[in-house]
Design a binder for this molecule. Structure first.
Ligand code: HSE
Length: 391
């Protein structure tokens, strides 16, 4: 069976390594998988695949016109990759992708296109790295309504937060370590800005509610301006800080957000390093929890391999997502918030329950408000944290 790979960066080389090292065991189980060719951007760049005769090309049409029936996408570009996936699906090729930006932005279109063209669209690797979370949720959704999901969905942020908390490391040092470990994106803005987690909660929530949720409607606040003094404050109150992505469906409305959160000794607070954690609530069970490596080279390649084997053995779930439900999105769940700022604007002043001034900074605990209210007083200089509340 011949496949093609688009991209040969961190995850692409991981896929090649697994295919190379596990060739015999795959063959024994009737998976004779051969990489027909690999699409790369710069043909002159030196590459060292384990299988020395891998064919590299910079011509997308070679992949499009090839005989392969499944293409693995491990690129990180958005529009270009989306356009290529569309062409590949129309040409009857199954897609296995780790590209969460494309999956999130074009979730409805790509699911519909896969159905129309009778191809598989597999994206387990786009959320929570090696943890199998997409497929259990898909299967569950055939017979059980789910109404809530919470997660730590960005390995880079979790690595930074837990290292700063436990080892007192500096933000810049731990971000560099997360990059060296292959957790962070080439441009880590989406990691630390919360956008990567926002895309992942958009994918998970769309699936469990079978509804379209616009990325722009998801309240997103990252960790890029966190300071040591925020950890000191949290510690004094007995809290850890984690970047939590969450959504809940109640009375026909979805509350959905990504926000740093103070947590006390729970499942999420006990999630360290590049680990991701997901908790989902459903009709037939109270809730279940997943935890495991959420980023990394072989970790993400592992999820791609599982999708690939499902497709090749015709065990993949034909996509069912059609966004046939429609819900309003709002953020009106009540909570207290911690706000650190060097200047208290008049709107924020109205919300203060407790305030402490340390050097230049005001450390504020608000009274119980909701995110929609907090949004109206937010400015670029503030760092905000939800206090347990809706977790
Ligand atoms: N940059 C991502 C993360 C990689 O840190 O979680 C996995 O999607």
């Amino acid at each position: 069976m011949k496949i093609a790979i688009m991209g040969f960066g961190t995850v692409g080389t991981g896929v090649e390594e697994i295919l190379y090292k596990k060739k015999e065991s795959l063959l024994k189980n009737c998976f004779d998988i051969e990489i027909d060719r690999v699409l790369i951007r710069d043909k002159d760049k030196k590459r060292s695949p384990l299988k020395s005769d891998i064919v590299f090309t910079d011509d997308f049409d070679e992949i499009l016109n090839s005989q392969v029936d499944t293409v693995i996408d491990v690129t990180s570009s958005l529009e270009e990759t989306y356009e290529r996936i569309v062409l590949l699906m129309k040409a009857g090729k199954n897609i296995v992708t780790a590209n969460k930006a494309v999956v999130s932005k074009y979730f409805e279109e790509l699911n519909a296109l896969a159905r129309e063209n009778k191809v598989y669209f597999s994206y387990e690797a786009s959320v929570a790295g090696a943890i199998p979370v997409i497929h259990p949720i898909m299967e569950e959704s055939f017979f059980s309504d789910m109404n809530k999901i919470h997660g730590i969905l960005n390995g880079t942020s979790n690595y930074i937060l837990s290292k700063m908390e436990v080892e007192g490391s500096s933000y810049a040092d731990v971000l560099k370590e997360a990059q060296d470990l292959g957790y962070a994106e080439a441009d880590p803005t989406a990691d630390v800005g919360g956008f990567d987690a926002m895309r992942k909660i958009r994918i998970l929530s769309s699936l469990i509610y079978n509804a379209k949720i616009d990325e722009g409607d998801i309240f997103t606040f990252g960790i890029s301006n966190i300071k040591k003094s925020d950890f000191d404050y949290a510690k004094e109150l007995g809290y850890s800080i984690r970047l939590i992505a969450k959504s809940v469906l109640s009375q026909g409305k979805i509350n959905i957000s990504v926000i740093p959160t103070f947590l006390k000794d729970n499942f999420f607070a006990k999630t360290f390093d590049g680990t991701n954690a997901v908790k989902v609530w459903g009709e037939n069970f109270s809730c279940y929890e997943f935890k495991g490596p959420g980023a990394g080279r072989l970790e993400t390649a592992d999820a791609i391999m599982r999708d690939l084997l499902r497709i090749l053995s015709r065990r993949e779930i034909n996509t069912f997502y059609d966004a046939s439900n429609s819900y309003e999105v709002e953020n009106n769940l009540k909570s207290k918030f911690y706000v650190r700022t060097s200047k208290v604007n008049p709107g924020l002043k109205e919300l203060i329950e407790e305030e402490r001034v340390l050097g230049q900074d005001h450390h504020i605990i608000t009274r119980e408000i909701n995110l929609d209210e907090l949004k109206t007083v937010l400015d670029d200089e503030m760092f905000i944290v939800e206090i347990e509340g809706t977790i």
